[in-house]
Design a protein around this ligand. Structure first.
Ligand code: CUA
Length: 190
């Protein structure tokens, strides 16, 4: 080191800068530690994990057969009383356009996309995921009171993106079960 640069390193300004940098490095490490602790707590204690199993599906054959054919879309009551809602999000709509579900029940949404990435979000709930072609997106939710929830696509998917949205209608469980007696798949599409 030349005399000039070593003089620079010993100047009060340089010492202050080194002190500030060390402090900031300590703060950064503390922030990282907090994140790791929060992630560990969420993962271990609350069992929130990246999806444990990934279900794949052929996006080009969705409509041809299997779970996501049009006649199988909508809400179905399972033997244990839970409800499964199957839907498809494509440019630029969701099918069904209006999904109907009961209050006080475990609702499982199973949604797939045949074309590009779409968003799947139900307002007023913590359901917020993406529909990625080739995969089945699932979300579990419970509703405790009747009402309508908007379901806008929130991933830019093309020129018609802003017009892509659907609705989830929550109705009383007894009323829902009565409707389900006569129809195996329910929607609120008029
Ligand atoms: Cu579909 Cu944006």
């Amino acid at each position: 080191m030349s005399e000039e640069t070593s003089a620079l390193h010993d100047s009060p300004g340089a010492r202050l800068a080194a002190l500030v940098e060390r402090r900031w490095a300590t703060v950064s490490v503390l922030i990282l530690v907090v994140f790791v602790v929060v992630a560990a707590f969420a993962g271990i204690h609350q069992a929130t994990m990246p999806q444990a199993q990934v279900e794949t599906i052929s996006p080009t054959r969705l409509h041809l057969g299997g779970e996501f054919v049009e006649t199988n879309l909508g809400s179905a009551v399972e033997p244990d009383g839970a409800v499964t809602v199957r839907a498809v999000g494509q440019q630029y709509s969701f099918t069904p356009q209006c999904m109907i579900v009961p209050t006080d029940s475990l609702i499982t949404f199973r949604v797939a996309s045949p074309d590009v990435i779409h968003g799947f979000l139900i307002e007023g709930t913590n359901v917020n995921t993406m529909l990625v072609p080739g995969y089945v997106s699932t979300a579990n939710v419970r509703f405790d009171k009747p009402g309508d929830h908007l379901m806008p696509c929130h991933e830019y998917c093309g020129v018609g993106h802003e017009g892509m949205w659907a609705k989830v209608r929550v109705i009383d469980r007894a009323e829902f079960l009565k409707m389900a007696e006569t129809k195996p798949r329910l929607t609120c599409v008029e």
